[in-house]
Write a protein of this length. Structure first.
Length: 234
């Protein structure tokens, strides 16, 4: 039996609707209405994915997202009334794998969940699991969904992993933000190209010795990003 999708939502009517649509799509679900209840349920049984409202009565949904990401490796979809571009980018910077603004279509939510889980499954089941760069200084393990810097394993979100894997698979190639959205997020929506900047910033903080002078993730101004490392021979 698959783990449940954890729905964190204090609007009981909306929570019932989301629950009904997800269960209609054959997902098992569990509900939480507060930060403390969400953490308790996630610790008791790691979820398949999390649908997360940011406006919760007992704490910050943003901080909850970070706490959930520390518990295990599963995608988080933010479903919130916070709609500005800055708020969406901030959500991705916190580790969200997708972001939907209320009022949102529950049918679209199901489609987004499927897409996120499909990307995650591809990342964790790739037959050629290791991609090594710069003499083993940077190693991406698709089977374990891990990145190692100088043999030190670091924690990344599924989207961050997919983004770095895409760039590192084609060293020296410049990708536009739209191309990276399509490859790493799996869809095209207005404004989501700017979320790539937040993911790149997060990755630089995690893999670069000096994020302000990156060795691996270079900005090509006016275009996008490229991976400046070198792939090791197989």
């Amino acid at each position: 039996m698959l783990p449940p999708v954890l729905i964190v939502e204090d609007d009981t009517k909306l929570a019932r609707i989301v629950k009904a649509y997800l269960e209609g799509a054959d997902y098992r679900t569990t509900l939480a209405t507060t930060v403390s209840e969400a953490l308790q349920k996630a610790e008791a049984e790691l979820p398949l994915a999390v649908i997360l409202d940011l406006g919760l009565p007992d704490g910050s949904g943003e901080e909850l997202c970070q706490s959930l990401k520390e518990l295990g490796d599963f995608p988080v979809i933010m479903l919130t009334a916070k709609s500005s571009e800055e708020e969406r980018i901030a959500g991705f910077a916190l580790g969200a794998d997708d972001y939907m603004v209320k009022p949102a279509s529950p049918r679209e939510l199901v489609c987004r969940l499927r897409a996120v889980l499909k990307r995650y499954e591809r990342n964790t089941s790739a037959p050629d699991s290791l991609l090594s760069c710069n003499g083993g200084a940077l190693v991406l393990d698709s089977l374990r969904h891990q990145i190692a810097i100088e043999s030190h394993v670091i924690s990344v979100t599924p989207t961050e992993f997919k983004l770095l894997l895409t760039l590192a698979s084609f060293p020296g190639r410049t990708f536009t933000r739209d191309e990276l959205v399509s490859r790493a997020l799996g869809y095209q929506f207005d404004g989501y190209d700017r979320s790539i900047d937040a993911h790149i910033k997060n990755l630089r903080q995690k893999i670069e010795k000096d994020p302000r002078n990156p060795k691996y993730l270079k900005t090509v101004y006016g275009v996008g990003y490229l991976f400046a490392g070198e792939r090791d021979a197989l």
